[in-house]
Design a protein around this ligand. Structure first.
Ligand code: MG
Length: 282
């Protein structure tokens, strides 16, 4: 298997299976995916998806979870609505997570992943313990299907995620490293975060953000290479820590500009990848 292959994160809504073919035509060989806003493929849609995926030749490396009622509108909304942290929706979302894992296994994907929400930094917070217990259940279900479960980074500190991984204590609990989220949420420096999380990283999102200018606000998303992430340094460090998996481009806009930015990001990553493979990376 080639090292650091370049992939793309595809968001599926309604009637957009063409994205698989278009990604392949741009030269991508792998993709991460999510169904958004909510609901996973069932019935005929599921069969259609599987057929289109097979025809495209793309390999799905990660299926992301998305849940009914989530909002990324503000930091406050994220805290209240995202992932498995909010109590009111946790049981329903745990059941949904199992369905998503079933779907991933059917596709032959090696893992699922999720923003599990803003995990409390204080391990004495009762919600922290509840989230750890929930993650045990998710990991055990995934283990039964031969899948890994990856935590998307960025909404809490690396130290918090590492503690959680230790407390959950399941070998298939991993990390999908998104350095741009750490910049966007102001939750730490990506290179320092890799010192704590590097050994668990099984996927990376190549995305860029500007640092927030005001407390409690997000910085704005930027085209890859134009924000404050320094993706070249991140990839160089991942390589030095032994990461050989795919580099998956994520761009949080839609329409033609997103596809243009995918192509530009791919060209940038090809340069970085060539440098890293030659051993001249920072
Ligand atoms: Mg991401």
């Amino acid at each position: 298997m080639e090292s650091l292959t370049i992939g793309v994160f595809l968001v599926f809504g309604e009637n957009d299976l063409w994205k698989l073919e278009r990604a392949r035509a741009l030269g991508f060989t792998s993709a991460q995916m999510v169904r958004w806003p909510t609901g996973y493929f069932t019935g005929q849609e599921r069969e259609d998806f599987k057929r289109a995926l097979k025809q495209s030749g793309l390999q799905v490396t990660t299926v992301f979870c998305a849940y009914e009622g989530e909002s990324y509108e503000s930091r406050e909304a994220v805290k209240r609505t995202i992932g498995l942290v909010p109590r009111e929706t946790r049981a329903v979302r745990l059941a949904e997570t199992r369905k998503i894992a079933d779907f991933a296994a059917e596709l032959g994907a090696p893992r699922i992943a999720a923003h599990i929400g803003i995990v409390p930094e204080d391990p004495a917070d009762p919600v922290y313990g509840e989230v750890a217990e929930t993650m045990k259940q998710v990991c055990d279900y995934c283990q039964g299907l031969g899948l890994e479960m990856a935590l998307e980074t960025g909404q809490e500190t690396a130290a918090c995620l590492r503690r959680l991984i230790g407390d959950v204590g399941r070998k298939n609990l991993k990390v999908n490293f998104d350095p741009a989220n750490m910049i966007a949420y102001g939750s730490g420096k990506p290179l320092e975060a890799l010192d704590l999380l590097g050994e668990y990283v099984v996927g990376v999102h190549c995305k860029d953000y500007h640092s927030p200018k005001e407390e409690g606000k997000f910085g704005g998303e930027a085209r890859l290479g134009e924000g404050d992430v320094n993706i070249e340094a991140v990839i160089g460090k991942l390589w030095s820590l032994g990461y050989r998996g795919p580099l998956t481009i994520e761009r949080e806009i839609y329409g033609e500009q997103q596809w243009a930015d995918f192509a530009a990001a791919k060209a940038l990553l090809e340069e970085i990848r060539a440098k890293v493979l030659r051993g001249s990376a920072p």
